[in-house]
Design a protein around this ligand. Structure first.
Ligand code: TYM
Length: 332
């Protein structure tokens, strides 16, 4: 079992990232061979101030380590330091079809009405994502629900490359999606996912938020006036309520059903303080560790440097084989 996954270093980590992906990454370190990376080459598909990008890479590395990603149990790196990623991405650009990329809903969302003005990189980045995963022969890719379509694309690219060149080179990976927290929604709108790009900071819990702001955001989170029902299924048309119950369940490692049973018949006046408490308790040690790590940027750079060296070694045989399969050779 080989686990590979990544996150874009744009701003800070939010609760959706944590519950949808990172919390499971941390656990998977005990079960599998793991590589986790900061997808900084993805971050430049839209313009980012260079100094800000460099700071975001460090900040996100610190956030992952604070959550429990441990360089002694995983390879942690940023993919700009491992040129095998864009090299393999170019080869895979020649395997992926324009029609496949045209179907990617994230590109449609991110380019919006300005499709012609979007960068080529924004369109093609799911192919770089395929390189990220296929380079390491990943079997499992732990992601939130919004990345499922990209992982399915990776499978199509791997199968087509293997078939076109009549090789058994790429392992076809499985998406690994959380049962409870696959899609954490905004605190202001139960129909929009929690996201770094939402202009309202009140819509998300950031890992760097202190206890008071977490409590405030939960107090102000949109809900309704109804009490909680006996069964989680009854929340199907109350997305904000369902989201808060889901967050509680994911934090407590319980099912949403057991949470509604505990609070059945009570309103959000009773539920929100309990949610704020478990959230603050979970985030406190992570935030504390994050503050310590931030004070030593040199150490963070060294961790990423060591991770990149290990990743580059692991990537090399697959990259060489991909060149060989298409009839070319790289410089040794
Ligand atoms: P990114 O940076 O948008 O998100 C990182 C991880 O967090 C998950 N996630 C969520 N899960 C639940 N609820 C939410 N509201 C929520 N928001 C984000 C994402 O699904 C993801 O797992 N393209 C990727 C990064 C990437 C990658 C890869 C992932 C680059 N190469 C290779 C896997 C494998 C991205 O932009 O994720």
């Amino acid at each position: 079992m080989r686990v590979v996954s990544g996150i874009q270093p744009t701003g800070s980590l939010h609760l959706g990232n944590y519950l949808g992906a990172i919390k499971r990454w941390v656990r998977m370190q005990d079960e599998a061979d793991c590589l986790f990376f900061l997808a900084d080459l993805h971050a430049v598909t839209v313009y980012v101030e260079p100094a800000e990008l460099a700071a975001n890479v460090r900040e996100m590395a610190a956030a992952l380590i604070a959550c429990g990603i441990d360089e002694n149990r995983s390879v942690l790196f940023n993919h700009a330091r491992v040129p095998a990623h864009p090299e393999l991405a170019w080869i895979l650009n020649c395997t992926a079809r324009i029609g496949w990329l045209n179907r990617m809903t994230q590109f449609k969302e991110k380019s919006g009405k300005n499709r012609e003005g979007a960068s080529v990189g924004l369109f093609a980045y799911p192919v770089l994502q395929a390189a990220d995963v296929l380079l390491y022969q990943a079997t499992h890719v732990p992601v939130g629900d919004d990345q499922k379509q990209h992982v399915e694309l990776i499978r199509d690219i791997a199968l087509k490359f293997n078939a076109d060149y009549d090789v058994d080179l790429f392992t076809v990976p499985e998406p690994h999606i959380a049962e409870t927290a696959a899609r954490i929604m905004s605190l202001r709108d139960g129909y929009a996912k929690m996201s770094k790009s939402d202009p309202s900071d009140m819509s998300r819990i950031n890992l760097s938020d202190d206890g008071d702001s977490i409590a405030l955001k939960i107090r102000k989170a949109k809900t309704d006036a109804e009490p909680l029902p006996e069964s989680f299924d009854e929340l199907a048309y109350r997305p904000e309520a369902a989201n808060l119950v889901t967050i509680y369940a994911a934090l407590a490692d319980r099912t949403p059903q057991s949470v509604v049973e505990e609070f059945a018949g009570r309103g959000f006046g009773a539920f929100k303080p309990a949610l704020a408490e478990i959230l603050v308790e979970t985030m406190r040690p992570i935030k504390q560790r994050l503050d310590e790590l931030r004070s030593d940027p040199g150490e963070l750079d060294q961790i990423l440097e060591r991770g990149a060296e290990r990743a580059a070694k692991l990537a090399r045989p697959t990259l060489d084989s991909a060149y060989k399969a298409i009839g070319l050779r790289r410089l040794a």
